[in-house]
Structure formats: C-alpha cells, structure tokens
Design a protein around this ligand. Sequence first.
Ligand code: SAM
Length: 236
Amino acid sequence: MQFDILTIFPQFFESSLQVSLLGKAITQKKLNVALHNFRDFATDKHKTVDDVPYGGGPGMVLKPEPLVNTIESISGKKKSKCILLTPRGTLFNQKMARQMAKLDQLILICGRYEGVDERVCELVVDEEISIGDYVLNGGEVAALVLLETVARLIPGVLGNEASLSHESFNEGLLEYPQYTRPPELRGLKVPKVLLSGNHKEIEAWRGSQAIKMTKKRRPDLLKKLQNEKKPAKEPT
Ligand code: SAM
C-alpha cells in the first residue's frame, strides 16, 4: 500500500518510519511512505505556504496552491483516497481503518496554523478526519495515528496476524485482561483458568471478561453492538 503524506515538517516522521513494525514493513516493502513537503510547490520565490485569513481574524491559513499542486504531482493509484486531518472531520475509528486498509493508496494532508483554505477540500479532498475532540498544533501526529492504525491491518505487516482478531474493537468489544509470567506478583495471582491449559474455558473466560470490561469502561460500545445484532424491524 502507498501512503503519501503532505507536510511542511517531513522530519517529524523520520524516526517513526524507521523503528518497530512500521520500519520493518517499509524495509520489507509491504508499504511505502512518501513524504511531500508542500513548501516545494509554493508559487512564489519565498516559498510561502500561508497567508492571512480573508475577513480578518487571528493566525494564518495554509494557501491552496502548494497543497493542490502537490496532490496533482502525486501519481494516483486505482483505489485511492485523499484525507485531510482536521478537528472538524469524522471521528476516526477501527472500522474506518479496516476500510482504508483495503485501498491501494492513502494521501494524508497535514494542516498547520489555523488550517487550510476551504477550496482545498472542494478540489482534492475525499474525506475529512479527526483523531479526537481536541486540537493539535498540526496534522502530523494525526497522520501518524492513521498511518500506524491502517498499516498494521495490511496483511503481512504484523508478525502474528492472530493478534488482530482478539484485540480491542475488532468485535466491537474492548480486549480481555492479559497476563504473563510470573504467576504471582506481590500477592496478586494470575486467574487460575489461564494456567489450566483448558482452551475452551480460557476462551469462555476471555469472552466474559471482554464484555465485563466493555460494560464498565465503554457501555456505549456494548449498546452499539446490541443494536447491530437486533433483527431489523419487519416493515408494516
Ligand atoms: N483552527 C482549527 C480549528 O479550530 O479547527 C485548528 C487548527 S490546528 C491548530 C492545525 C492543524 O492541526 C489542523 O489544520 C489539522 O490538520 C491538525 N489537527 C489539529 N487537531 C486535530 C485533530 N483532532 N484531528 C486531526 N487533525 C488535527
């Protein structure tokens, strides 16, 4: 899968793209990440990317030409989506990540300052996405969140694909509690069932713990799951 990231701070991504599973996946060519500094596509000799907002107000706005010109310089793949990271976008979740992992290409635009000229959205953006109800200084952190979440769903990127099927949000639930050695630490024992070797019982325990955890911490998820499972009402 191809990721194209538009940013004025490409150096922001350097270490993240070199280490751990992401670094390995890039080395193994399971995915490719191209960083595009849209300052290079500015139209004046000073390479200006921002300007004052029309109508007044604080801060600066990213000019449309450098962003649009950069997007037009990127060779588009068949199944491609251009995403603007913005606090006003749709809240990102695992379901959206799963859909994105089926694409050939994700183009991510990292805003800065007060955001981007609205015409960029009309001309090149397919979807606006937020990573949460808070405001970051720039879209780079948000782009990394999308990149890492989507990349680990690409077949072959995770060492053990089985981990995907059990983790939080996969079946609409949070994950069950995990334990490793030692079997007892400062009086706290690992639940007996996990040491029993009885896989059926372990599975059942994990299932009930996942429900308990979700009920306690994210009852909204459980409600959503129950609604999805309800048979659709027969038309009258
Ligand atoms: N003036 C904007 C507003 O009030 O919505 C905030 C701009 S913010 C300081 C600069 C850039 O950071 C945004 O253009 C966007 O790319 C990125 N950003 C900030 N918060 C974000 C979030 N929660 N999700 C995704 N991107 C975010």
